[in-house]
Design a protein around this ligand. Structure first.
Ligand SMILES: [Ca+2]
Ligand SMILES: [Ca+2]
Ligand SMILES: [Ca+2]
Ligand SMILES: [Ca+2]
Length: 661
């Protein structure tokens, strides 16, 4: 409570300079003819493009049946150099076709299923007219499987009332997946009904006991909730030593020293407290939310996991102390492919950082040299959420970064030699994102065609922005950019159903296959508004492979594991298991590889390079299954994907077997 008072304190009555949103931002190219209108023609086009004649559906079903019969005769073969495991093949469960496995048809659509799923969550900023800066930032969300039943659960971060204007209690929410399209709020019984000014979340099994743990970033001390099993969590923040006072935003769990234990990086925003609150105005009279330029920055923190339940703050030692940074997002990547995990830290109005892991416990900021610190025009943009992924099939991680209105998103191509080039302007992303204020952003293959697409949640920070910039709206629709190949993207928001077109004050976002039908669904939060669960319908007409990594020498979640899927036609799909890497949010840990249209006899090979350096290769894998790969052992569990919609089917869909621990 003392720390809370120190942070929240008493409001200042001093006179302060007036600051304007967008002041000091160089004029950007304005795209007057920006056509974001969602019209009926677009819908017709989508139907025409995605509609499948009935005869083709029947042919596809017959073909699939034949494929499954043929492939059932062939067991996946596993080779793990240096690790003899003759029993693996016999342990690998045979994946047999589900008796009711019918492939869906029709255009891909995202459907808002929040209400029918039982997600009734509203974020509370605590705003009561004082326009305190932290009110603009919350809050994040996560897909996580906290009870290891193979179904993704949902966590929604919450903020709270300010002590000077307390009207009620608000806490985060943990929703348990009932495996039938619905969720149950289990926050209280889980021991998570704790009030805090929450901003973000990062989820991982830091103590390698097989249960994912939850770290919540806050204004004021953060919280580490250890998963005790049995659906219970304990607040172990004090003992672990990761309370981290200050103004935290995004965080990631990663093993920076490759000792098998997950360490923790926490991004910080600015040095703000109620006492330090400044008066800013858009119209010269009424208070508005200040820009980050108004406040000093705050260094991020790095905590080394000592393996005994405690952590050491190694920020200084690691060379990461930087009080000028005003960080909102952090993405995990290994951009130079040396096996040591690097960090991209997105800074708001300050240069972005690309922290290269030197492999000796220290990091060096290569942001300027790599060309990611500033815009092409040489100015620091307002970096928000960020993710890294192989969007161009190069086998290297590029970076997608959300920026402010009148600044485009960035799409940094990784040349593999330490240099990045912003390809947003020529990719189709730049122009379309110019008017949006993007918070959460990530790569995911929504249509399972094997190319990573880009999702962005948008919404302004200033609720009165339209007063001074009539063309800029507070609530904005998200972006979904479809990867067309050859580094070109198409804006699809208007073509994938009404739910995506809704303007919201978007903040956090995550993807996860909550209904285990193979395609990736979306969880999106709104500032001071409801969280939404958008179900992906019909993307699972394409084939896929879902991979869960379990480390043995490496950290248990396999975070940092690099997974390359090779097709018979020579295509290579590359993804890395990662935490954070959105905005204050985290997507599900298993990786989903889109494999395109069903074909007879399709088999793929999977190669996993673990953080420990160990390699596992699994060949002759059939698509449309969810596999668990244990480091050094191969597949320990495989269940077929059930394509039926859990919520729409009259009888309950057959459920995949529980992943064995
Ligand atoms: Ca744990
Ligand atoms: Ca470590
Ligand atoms: Ca795609
Ligand atoms: Ca799904």
């Amino acid at each position: 409570m003392r720390i809370l008072r120190r942070l929240f304190g008493a409001p200042s009555t001093k006179n302060h300079p007036i600051h304007h949103w967008d002041r000091g931002r160089p004029a950007r190219t304005m795209y007057a003819a920006l056509d974001l209108e969602r019209n009926a023609r677009a819908a017709r086009e989508a139907l025409a493009a995605g509609g499948t004649p009935a005869i083709r559906v029947i042919m596809r079903c017959l073909l699939l049946g034949l494929l499954l019969v043929l492939s059932a005769c062939k067991q996946p073969s596993v080779t793990t150099p240096g690790v003899p495991s003759p029993e693996v093949a016999s342990q690998t469960p045979t994946v047999s076709p589900s008796p009711t496995a019918t492939r869906p048809s029709g255009p891909i659509e995202f459907t808002d299923v929040s209400a029918q799923a039982g997600i009734h969550f509203k974020h509370n900023t605590g705003a009561f007219g004082k326009k305190y800066l932290p009110e603009t930032l919350g809050a994040g969300c996560a897909f996580l499987d906290y009870d290891n039943d193979g179904w993704q659960d949902i966590l929604l971060v919450n903020s709270m009332d300010w002590p000077e204007h307390k009207t009620g209690k608000s806490t985060l929410a943990l929703y348990h997946n009932n495996q039938d399209g619905t969720f149950t709020d289990v926050t209280r019984q889980a021991g998570l009904a704790v009030e805090m000014y929450g901003i973000g979340v990062a989820v991982a099994d830091y103590d390698n006991d097989g249960n994912v743990d939850i770290y919540i970033t806050c204004l004021g001390p953060n919280h580490l909730f250890r998963n005790l099993g049995g659906g219970k969590f304990a607040d172990v923040t004090a003992r672990a030593g990761v309370g981290d006072p200050g103004f935290s935003t995004s965080a990631v769990w990663f093993d920076y020293d490759n000792d098998g234990k997950l360490d923790l990086f926490v991004a910080h925003y600015v040095d703000w407290s109620v006492e330090k609150d400044q008066f800013c105005s858009l119209d010269g009279k009424n208070k508005s939310y200040c820009t980050p330029q108004t406040y000093k920055g705050q260094s991020s923190s790095l905590y080394h996991n000592k393996g005994n339940g405690t952590f050491e703050n190694v920020t200084q030692k690691a060379g990461l102390n930087d009080p000028t940074s005003k960080s909102l997002g952090v993405a995990l990547l290994d951009y130079n492919g040396d096996g040591w995990l690097d960090l991209f830290v997105a800074n708001d109005t300050e240069p972005n950082k690309l922290y290269k892991n030197n492999g000796n416990g220290t990091f060096t900021d290569e942001g300027v040299a790599a060309g990611v610190a500033f815009s092409e025009a040489g100015t620091a943009r307002a970096g928000m959420g960020v993710d890294a992924g192989d969007y161009d099939g190069s086998g290297r991680q590029g970076i997608v970064l959300g920026n402010f209105t009148n600044e485009s998103m960035a799409l940094y191509n990784n040349d593999g030699k330490g240099l990045f080039t912003d390809e947003a302007p020529n990719s189709g992303i730049g122009k379309m994102s110019a008017q949006s204020l993007t918070f959460a952003v990530f790569f995911f293959d929504y249509d399972l065609d094997g190319l990573l697409d880009v999702f962005a949640a948008n919404g302004h920070v200033s609720d009165d922005i339209s007063v001074v910039q009539p063309n800029v709206k507070y609530a904005q629709p998200p972006h979904l950019f479809h990867n067309k190949g050859k580094k070109k993207f198409e804006e699809m928001t208007g073509k994938l159903g009404r739910a995506l077109q809704r303007a919201i004050v978007g903040r956090g976002a995550a993807y996860g296959d909550f209904d285990n039908d193979g395609d990736l669904d979306l969880l999106i939060t709104a500032n001071n508004g409801p969280a939404r669960l958008l179900r992906n319908d019909n993307a699972n007409q394409n084939d896929l492979l879902r991979v869960k990594t379990v480390g043995t020498r490496s950290n248990r979640d396999g975070i940092g594991a690099k997974v390359t899927l090779k097709t018979a036609k020579g295509a290579k799909l590359f993804q890395m298991v990662r935490t954070g890497s959105s905005y204050c949010s985290q997507s599900e840990l298993p990786l989903v590889f889109g494999l395109g249209a069903p074909e007879e006899g399709k088999l793929v090979t999977l190669e996993i390079v673990w953080p420990s350096g160990a390699r596992d290769t699994i060949s002759d894998l059939k698509p449309n299954q969810s596999i668990t790969v244990l480091e050094g052992k191969g597949i320990t569990n495989a269940t077929p994907i059930v394509f039926a919609k859990a919520a729409a089917s009259a009888s309950p869909a057959p459920q995949p077997a529980t992943t064995k621990k």
